[in-house]
Design a protein around this ligand. Structure first.
Ligand code: ZN
Length: 348
């Protein structure tokens, strides 16, 4: 069968393998036919040789962590043949740490977790894959065109879950949300904000392309320009750019008792002249919280499936700006200016 693979650590080693072995039953009892795989920045980093780890005993890694497939067989009866399914990306570490021991692998403490298509487990960009029921998330059949958005939605569902847990430390009645970055994560974070009835503002540097209209279609307000020129102090910030200046600016812009969730991974190496004392003073005197959030556990995947089911399906479809058949895989992994989410299509 076909599989999109790389040799981790080797730049431009991306290849479509035609004779990849069928998935081993040890991978899980549920056999799945791949429908599509979403592509994100992590895939680009792996292809550039900057990230990624092959499974033990091999030198090739199958890519793909944003999965959507159709169940071919499930002897456990958890799912039925024909059901739509996504595979959870991360597996708990083998020790396990206290968090992985209770299913909170998104909060792994020792870093020994594995991840499909990223770290020591084969990804979902292959014609067929297998998954254990515990890591298989069933999707409403109406989500067939957009179900590969479940993985990025799980990431923002976790972010919102933790924002709300932090908010519960005191009386909390948030009204305004600022999302920085209108890529897939930012737009999905804004979607979940509108589902909570909040006034949503999205800031991005793009002045053209599909982003301004996608934000307006949510009933949210689109901004460009520096964060410091915004005329409001948000109760919640979801920072989805990882751009150092934006990160610092949103920490200063948040209102009293504000919660700032950082989701963007910066590359590091850039230094900025910054008044850390003034920031500390503002955070302390306003009881603000700044925290980082990554990955998602089973509960968040289920929350994400519910959020996607409730969303406007045509809006979700418009996040997918290119659909590329697997035969033309190299095009899917080449960025174009107005890309939001690019999807590699297997069966249909
Ligand atoms: Zn762990």
């Amino acid at each position: 069968m076909r599989a999109v693979t790389v040799t981790p650590g080797v730049a431009d080693s991306l290849r479509l393998v035609e004779d990849h072995p069928e998935p081993s039953p040890e991978e899980g009892s549920i056999l799945v036919e791949a429908l599509s795989v979403g592509i994100c920045g992590t895939d680009h980093e792996i292809i550039a040789g900057e990230y990624g780890e092959a499974p033990p005993g091999t030198d090739r890694l199958v890519l793909g962590h944003e999965s959507l497939g159709r169940v071919l067989e499930d002897p456990t009866g958890t799912l039925q043949p024909g059901d739509l399914v996504a595979g959870i990306v991360r597996r708990p570490d083998p020790v396990p740490c206290p968090n992985c021991a209770v299913g909170e692998w998104d909060m792994c403490r020792n870093g020994q977790f594995t991840e499909h298509g990223i770290k020591a487990l084969p990804g979902f960009a292959r014609d067929r894959w297998r998954v254990q029921p515990r890591f298989a998330v069933g999707l409403d059949r109406a989500l067939a065109p957009v179900g590969m958005l479940l993985e990025p939605t799980s990431v923002v569902a976790k972010a919102w879950d933790h924002i709300e847990r932090i908010g519960a430390r005191a009386e909390w009645q948030p009204q305004t949300v600022l999302v920085t970055g209108a890529g897939p994560i930012g737009l999905l974070a804004a979607l979940l904000a509108t589902q909570r009835g909040l006034a949503v503002h999205v800031l991005d540097r793009s002045t053209t392309g599909p982003k301004p209209e996608l934000v307006r279609a949510l009933g949210a307000t689109y901004h460009t320009g520096p964060v410091s020129e915004l005329d409001f102090a948000p109760d919640v910030v979801l920072e989805c750019t990882g751009a150092p200046v934006v990160v610092l600016d949103v920490m200063c812009q948040a209102g009293p008792t504000g919660i700032v969730c950082l989701t963007g991974v910066s590359s590091g190496g850039r230094t900025i002249d910054f008044d850390a004392g003034a920031l500390n003073r503002a955070l302390v005197l306003e009881n603000n919280v700044v925290f980082g959030s990554v990955n998602a556990n089973r509960r968040h995947w289920d929350m994400a499936a519910e959020a996607l089911t409730r969303a406007d399906q045509s809006w979700l479809s418009s996040l997918v700006t290119r659909r590329v058949p697997v035969e033309a895989y190299a095009e899917a992994y080449t960025s174009e200016p107005d890309d939001i989410k690019v999807v590699l299509e297997f069966a249909s």
